[in-house]
Design a protein around this ligand. Structure first.
Ligand SMILES: [Zn+2]
Length: 244
């Protein structure tokens, strides 16, 4: 693109560390317009009182990140000097413009973004729109990508399809259930008699009890032994109460 000598003025705001130098109004009028783009806005209610802007990327002289046409309805910026979001925010200092509801919405979201990552995201989307000239296409693709990300996140949160007792979510090969303990504690304040279900290999479901991984049959045997033991403990209590 042909480089012209441009008069300059300094923007009244800074984006990032450097105050941006913006070429004076009128400088852009010397530059040929880019071919028609699909991102060019059409009339819509919100355009009332605002200039319908045409924004494009351009190879501008060193130190000039963006230039604005005399009428203010056209802005060109150098994407290697200023990103698509900051260029719009700087332009907005001079001109109350609209690019149509969708792109205006992206600009507003970028302006209100709380963190650098979100700002970068909106800057990237706007950059893709400016590069492709296809705002509806880019926005549709972004919506689709967000939908996919949401679906993947939902799948990651999905409950185990194999076992009702399994607390693992998403894709997993080792199934583990919730660990339960007796409501009483030992003298150290630790819970006792941990028990859980698991299925970690091809041996089937195991019952975790007394630090063993037991088959259901083995677990029943152990439980019977524990019950017999508790009966024996109860006999000790009986003896204590009898005071004999
Ligand atoms: Zn599972």
């Amino acid at each position: 693109m042909k480089r012209t000598t441009l008069p300059r003025m300094t923007a009244s705001a800074t984006f990032g560390r450097e105050p941006y130098v913006v070429a004076a109004a009128g400088a852009l009028d010397a530059m040929p317009a880019q071919p028609a783009r699909r991102s060019e806005p059409v009339d819509h209610p919100r355009a009332e009182g605002k200039l319908i802007a045409r924004i494009e990327q351009a190879d501008l002289p060193e130190g000039v990140p963006l230039i604005i046409s005399k009428a203010g309805d056209r802005m060109a910026y150098n994407p290697s000097a200023i990103n698509a979001l900051d260029a719009r925010l700087a332009y907005n200092i001079y001109v109350d413009f609209t690019e149509g509801q969708q792109i205006d919405g992206l600009r507003e979201l970028g302006w209100n973004a709380k963190d650098a990552t979100s700002r970068e995201l909106y800057a990237t989307v706007l950059d893709k729109i400016d590069r492709s000239g296809d705002a509806p296409g880019v926005i549709a693709r972004v919506v689709e990508l967000f939908g996919q990300a949401r679906a993947e996140a939902d799948a990651a949160d999905a409950r185990c399809p194999r076992y009702r007792w399994c607390t693992e979510t998403g894709k997993h090969a080792e199934h583990t259930g919730e660990t339960i303990t007796a409501t009483c504690q030992d003298a150290y304040g630790d819970p006792v008699l941990h028990a859980t279900l698991m299925h970690w290999d091809d041996k089937g479901v195991r019952v975790g009890l007394l630090e063993h991984d037991l088959t259901p049959d083995e677990a029943r045997t152990t439980l019977a032994e524990l019950r017999a033991h508790l009966d024996a403990v109860e006999k000790l209590i009986d003896a204590a109460e009898a005071g004999e």
